[in-house]
Design a protein around this ligand. Structure first.
Ligand code: AMP
Ligand code: MG
Length: 422
């Protein structure tokens, strides 16, 4: 942390220009305060999807474990491929996948072989079945074959002893399949981060209760739950807390005792009437930042003991944007992930965008293919930070840099997609 416990007189904003902090600086300060979780646990590869490896995985075997055919055809000796004209070879046996044969293929012989079947001794080349003529107990082959063709060699994919997956890797579906191909049944993964969160605000009511005048449903907690489910955290939902000192303090204490990270939404703006800021300052070492971005300008970040605290702004779009841009990289580091950068693309924007210089904007966009089959991006329309439907319609952020002003249609912009394959 770059700041000692603050008090009413020495505000957390004293250590920098309160006008604004850049996104990069905020991310740097946050990331430097995060220590990766050290505990790990063994899990079955069936439960390993999306978990982060606590140690590298090496292969105990060669993959493929034996040299085998890549085709249905005939296993031959390359020295039997004629230089010109054709040659007859005697059928000496058949090899099916899973049923290797002990018989050796001698000069002038071949074996019928199926895809994945072990190459018989003596043979080093497979001729596709479409390229031979069968006559009784013999086949005829031509001269246009390459020695060693259509054969998959022992260890060609992975050699025994080779490091296959690195520490800090978040396991994908392909990784789970790869682990199975190595015969690995369990892997050591980093313990899942425990993330507690609660909403604050007297206007919030729980789902299932009819709204009275001046009330809204607490949507942030559900969006946070969903984002954390996708990340893969142990979620501790502490509900919606009224703007009252005692409840907020009690909830913070409960949260910080059991979680690695506590996220709150609402109550961090300057001049807020509620007690979130006050309580954060009392219990921990918290910075209140005005970040040069839209949406999501106010952000509180710090620690209560060893627990990381994120006070996100309450407007639903701001909550989501600040979660993605600040909390997610921190969670990834906490979780021991080696890669924490998000993918961005450069796409032409087909709609005009309104933008003021002096802050980075995360506008909600839709990536889509145009009639010519090229990917483009367009604005979802209204960009107010209270318009949660704009997030729902969007499939990406259009990130407009600090100095950028209004964007004309056709301009290439930076796009951050929400997701890829699954
Ligand atoms: P605040 O950051 O507390 O000043 O809240 C900013 C705006 O976000 C206000 O309009 C709040 O009503 C709204 N808001 C705060 N928390 C939530 C929540 N959990 N769900 C939906 N809207 C919220
Ligand atoms: Mg509030």
């Amino acid at each position: 942390m770059d700041q000692e416990k603050s008090s009413q007189t020495s505000s957390c904003m004293d250590d920098y220009d309160p006008q604004s902090l850049s996104i990069d600086d905020a991310i740097k300060r946050i990331q430097s305060a995060v220590t990766p979780i050290a505990e790990h646990e063994a899990v079955s590869i069936k439960d390993a999807l999306n978990r982060v490896l606590a140690e590298p995985v090496h292969s105990f075997i060669n993959v493929p474990p034996y040299t085998n055919s890549a085709m249905d055809g005939y296993a031959v000796r390359s020295s039997d491929i004629p230089l010109s004209g054709e040659k007859q070879l005697k059928l000496a046996g058949t090899v099916m996948a899973g049923k290797p044969i002990a018989q050796r293929i001698n000069a002038g012989e071949c074996a019928r072989i199926l895809t994945g079947a072990k190459m018989p001794d003596g043979a080093d080349t497979v001729i596709m079945q479409e390229h031979v003529t069968i006559t009784g107990t013999h086949i005829t082959i031509g001269n246009r074959h390459r020695a060693g063709q259509n054969v998959r060699h022992t260890g060609e994919d992975i050699a025994q002893g080779q490091m296959v997956l690195t520490k800090g890797r978040r396991l994908t579906a392909a990784d789970v399949g790869l682990l199975a191909s190595l015969g690995v049944t369990t892997v050591n993964v980093v313990r899942m981060a425990r993330v507690a969160f609660f909403s604050t605000g007297d206007e919030l009511v729980a789902l299932g209760t009819p709204l009275k005048d001046g009330q809204i449903y607490d949507s942030n907690r559900y969006a946070l739950t969903a984002m954390l489910q996708r990340f893969g955290a142990n979620i501790i939902d502490l509900g919606a807390v009224k703007d009252n000192r005692r409840d907020i303090e009690e909830t913070f204490n409960t949260a910080a005792r059991q979680a690695d990270v506590v996220i709150t939404s609402g109550g961090v703006s300057v001049g807020d009437a509620d007690y979130v800021r006050e309580t954060m300052e009392k219990l921990g070492r918290i910075n209140f930042w005005k970040i040069a971005m839209k949406p999501g300008r106010p952000l509180a970040f710090g620690k209560i003991d060893h627990c990381l605290i994120f006070g996100l702004p309450g407007n639903p779009v701001s909550t989501m944007v600040t979660f993605y841009q600040f909390v997610l990289p921190a969670l990834r580091k906490l979780q021991g992930e080696s890669a924490t950068e998000f993918m961005t693309l450069q796409l032409p924007c087909v709609t005009p965008l309104r933008k003021t210089a002096g802050r980075v904007e995360f506008q909600r966009g839709v990536m889509e293919k145009n009639r010519a089959g090229e990917w483009t991006v367009k604005s979802v329309g209204g960009q107010g930070s209270h318009l949660l439907s704009s997030m729902s319609k969007a499939n990406c952020f259009i990130i407009l840099p600090m100095e950028c002003e209004n964007v004309e249609p056709g301009t290439v912009v930076t796009v951050q997609p929400f997701c890829g394959l699954i």
